[in-house]
Design a protein around this ligand. Structure first.
Ligand SMILES: Nc1ncnc2c1ncn2[C@@H]1O[C@H](COP(=O)(O)OP(=O)(O)OP(=O)(O)O)[C@@H](O)[C@H]1O
Ligand SMILES: [Mg+2]
Length: 233
């Protein structure tokens, strides 16, 4: 069910700045990849391109071997859970309705309300289902955004600093939730993060610098990974 992704010579230019510069990568189905690198390195740009929220200026992106179309990306986006760096919750909707919003237009083969409540519970927001985003802290809004990304049981999860606004205990709970779901229903995950513990949970670390791949390591046991992250600087 999980999705494999291929990038071939992908570039994205903003004005004179190359946000991504001729990037070629393969992501295996079911893998969990941490995307690290300095601010402005191109992490969000890469996630948005894979998610079909932005288009490359050159190169191509394939999902399970099929090129992403340049138009009509709706079907593609439906297979993706996306955690936005700035949450992008709908301000007039409750936490529960924000979580439900992505699947409301579609037929799904599970009880969406029950699953939405279960997800809110899993991210530690049981009892806050009716709260509006403005009544929630930044970390709580982030947790709503994570639940929303998972509502469609996506085969591909793209998460842009999903623990950026969370304390380390809450961050660890979210990481456990993501990796638990990956175990139970198999999803490919790509997670942009500045958090070394989260990166160490993944099985691969890609470091971007100035829009290029500066390091790409497959990681086995979590133990030596923190060392390796330190060594890569
Ligand atoms: N819409 C845009 N218009 C102009 N420049 C942009 C735009 N989006 C990104 N950039 C530029 O592209 C480069 C990569 O940005 P990106 O947001 O991908 O970095 P990032 O690695 O996610 O950084 P951060 O860790 O701060 O989130 C930066 O130089 C940024 O200024
Ligand atoms: Mg970013």
């Amino acid at each position: 069910m999980a999705v494999a992704i291929t990038l071939r010579g992908v570039s994205r230019v903003h004005g004179t700045a190359k946000a991504l510069d001729d990037v070629s990568l393969e992501f295996a189905a079911g893998g969990a990849t941490a995307l690290m690198g300095h601010s402005g390195a191109g992490k969000s740009t890469l996630l948005q391109l894979i998610g079909g929220m932005d288009l490359p200026d050159s190169g191509e992106i394939l999902l399970d071997g099929k090129p992403l179309p340049r138009r009509g990306l709706g079907a593609h986006r439906r297979r993706i859970g996306f955690v936005f760096q700035r949450f992008h919750l709908l301000p007039a909707l409750s936490a529960l309705d924000n979580v439900l919003a992505p699947v409301l237009p579609y037929r799904v083969d599970f009880d969406r309300r029950a699953w939405a409540r279960e997800l809110l519970d899993a991210v530690g927001l049981a009892g806050r289902e009716r709260a509006l985003p403005s009544q929630l802290s930044g970390g709580q809004q982030q947790r709503v955004a994570i639940a929303r990304a998972l509502i469609g049981r996506p085969p591909l999860l793209l998460a842009d600093e999903p623990t950026g606004n969370l304390d380390s205990a809450t961050g660890q709970e979210i990481v456990d939730l993501l990796f638990g779901l990956r175990e139970s229903h198999g999803m490919t995950m790509i997670i942009a993060t500045h958090n070394p513990e989260l990166a160490a949970t993944c099985d691969r670390l890609i470091r971007l610098a100035d829009g290029r791949v500066a390091a790409d390591e497959t990681m086995a046991p979590a133990t030596d990974v923190l060392d390796r992250i330190g060594r890569l600087g």
